[in-house]
Design a protein around this ligand. Sequence first.
Ligand SMILES: Cc1cc2nc3c(=O)[nH]c(=O)nc-3n(C[C@H](O)[C@H](O)[C@H](O)COP(=O)(O)O)c2cc1C
Length: 332
Amino acid sequence: MSLSTLRLRVPLIVAPMAGGPSSPQLVAATCESGALGFLGAAYLSPSQIIHQSEDIRRLTEKPFGINLFCPNPAFDPHTFPKEIIQRGKERLEPFLREMGAATPNLDPPFDEDFYRQFDAVLEARPAVLSFVFGALPEDCSRRAREKGILLIGKATCMEEVDKLSQSGGIDAVVLQGVEAGGHRGIFDHKAPDPNIKTHDLLNQCVSSPQYKDLYKIAAGGIMSAEDIRRALESGADAVQMGTAFLACEEAGTSAPYKRALLASEERKTRITRAYSGRLARGLIRPFMDEMEKEEILPFPIQNSLTKPLRAACLKNDTDKYMSLSGLGRRET
Ligand SMILES: Cc1cc2nc3c(=O)[nH]c(=O)nc-3n(C[C@H](O)[C@H](O)[C@H](O)COP(=O)(O)O)c2cc1C
């Protein structure tokens, strides 16, 4: 099967954006316009996945996708040293106090159970499941295929494309360049960034004969019609855009976040582990430097520790310590 079976009128995917931006309204509006909308479900509970899928279906009859973060079998938060977690919390305390935030949870699990989320996705039965941070476990690929769900993996280098096509297989690949806003999809969370630009990665994949028939989706730094045209002319079958849709009326992006994105033409960004423990590109804030003075806890622990801080920012209507994932006009 291929993504071409979806017969998109517009070769565009509005990126799954976990944490609120990809609201059911944004997903439905995208699909109604002829593109493909995605629910970013990584931080949703199984019942939220079911309910938000029902909300989407109330708004559109068109096919849509759901996105999950792959589990990381190499990392067990249950055996992670408690004193290091405690130290991570102590480092956040001045910021938590300033914002009047709740105390972070210090005990595992620090995120939703992937396999329960996956079961909910099968029940919701979207047209497409996309995933990031690795290959889907093989039994999950098989079960999704049995339900007729198309699979899209995400790669930041050609080695990852190879791994995706060798595992349970994929129907399409998102080729994510270093310009991309949000999390870098790198498989190994400790590895340095392969640092390949969107067009270079696309060109590498297009010129690999074994991937001649693979449906290729370019992502990262695509903001305008001209950018889209260039990617399609270079051999992409479609593009995936995140940042460009963050400030849409339908997006669930919080008010302080939208204001920060729209505040300056320049929008300087950089990549940091400060908010979640995984590399992600976002608007530059002093909090990034502050956190990077010491080793940052791995995902999902850091993500869980900063959660109350981010929630308190929302309550106080400030973006000060929010993770402002997105792309800048000038990358640093
Ligand atoms: C706020 C935000 C949240 C994101 N969340 C996810 C996610 O949950 N899953 C995912 O696969 N990609 C996520 N991404 C990355 C996008 O899939 C895509 O790679 C990226 O947005 C492309 O770069 P652009 O922002 O320059 O368009 C996110 C991006 C942003 C900006």
